[in-house]
Design a protein around this ligand. Structure first.
Ligand SMILES: [Zn+2]
Length: 242
């Protein structure tokens, strides 16, 4: 059972405590209290029978941590793609200025410091569609061949059945036991070395369907810098989400 009661700290009985955060309390069958910081919202998960005072004390003790988290999320949000004319987009590890170009044929081209989105009567939504179609076309053109080449090199070509594309909310790549490799084409916004790592990650799953030491040894044999790219994705992937 889950009970939600919205309780900003100011509105509760303990008047001495005025905390700078609003939070929602979610009661459920659990043994401990926990704070979850999502985008601009703070949720406190607590056991069914915990008093308001206990919850307040718990939140109070976590305020510095909560504020740090909220600031970090706000910073990440500010770095997300801004597809207005004059906005910015992180593309292959550099920040490009977005330019709308009025044209009949939809197209995208990249200069040293600009990404130019061509189309008719562009709005941020239309620009996003043009950009996404372009990224998908780039992915289709490049990723199957690069995947096939690495699979052949590792003598896993026979196991690779197909390469497909899908924009998922949380994953960059996926490999099934049937030999189907799936990529999120937004990865085309990442630097080529990161794309190579992602290809390597999935192709190595054709031999090991897990993340065992043997699997990572195979990854390392092809991509010795893999830790760096995992770190890059962890730090920057929020900049790629359209
Ligand atoms: Zn994996």
């Amino acid at each position: 059972m889950i009970v939600r009661d919205s309780s900003p700290v100011e509105g509760t009985a303990k008047q001495s405590l005025t905390l700078p955060v609003d939070y929602t309390v979610v009661r459920g069958r659990r043994k401990t209290m926990a704070v979850l910081v999502r985008h601009e919202t703070v949720e406190v998960r607590v056991p069914l029978f915990v008093s308001q005072a206990q919850i307040q004390d718990f939140v109070s003790a976590h305020v510095p941590w909560i504020l740090r988290k909220l600031a970090h999320k706000a910073e990440q949000d500010a770095q997300r793609p801004d597809l207005r004319d004059g906005g910015s987009l992180h593309y292959k590890a550099r920040t490009l200025r977005v330019r709308f170009v009025s044209a009949v044929a939809e197209h995208v081209d990249v200069t040293v410091d600009e990404i130019r989105i061509h189309g008719r009567a562009l709005t941020p939504e239309r620009a996003a569609r043009v950009l996404q179609r372009w990224l998908l076309a780039e992915a289709r053109e490049q990723l199957p061949a690069r995947t096939r080449a690495l699979a052949e090199y590792l003598q896993l070509g026979g196991r690779l059945k197909e390469v497909v594309f899908r924009k998922t909310r949380s994953k960059w790549g996926h490999c099934t036991s049937g030999g189907r490799i799936q990529y999120n084409w937004l990865i085309m916004l990442a630097p080529d070395a990161v794309i190579d790592y992602m290809i390597c990650h999935e192709v190595c799953h054709l031999r090991h369907m897990n993340h065992s030491p043997q699997y990572w040894a195979l990854v390392e044999s092809v991509c010795p810098d893999h830790r760096r790219y995992v770190r890059w994705l962890r730090t920057h992937e929020h900049r790629l989400w359209l």
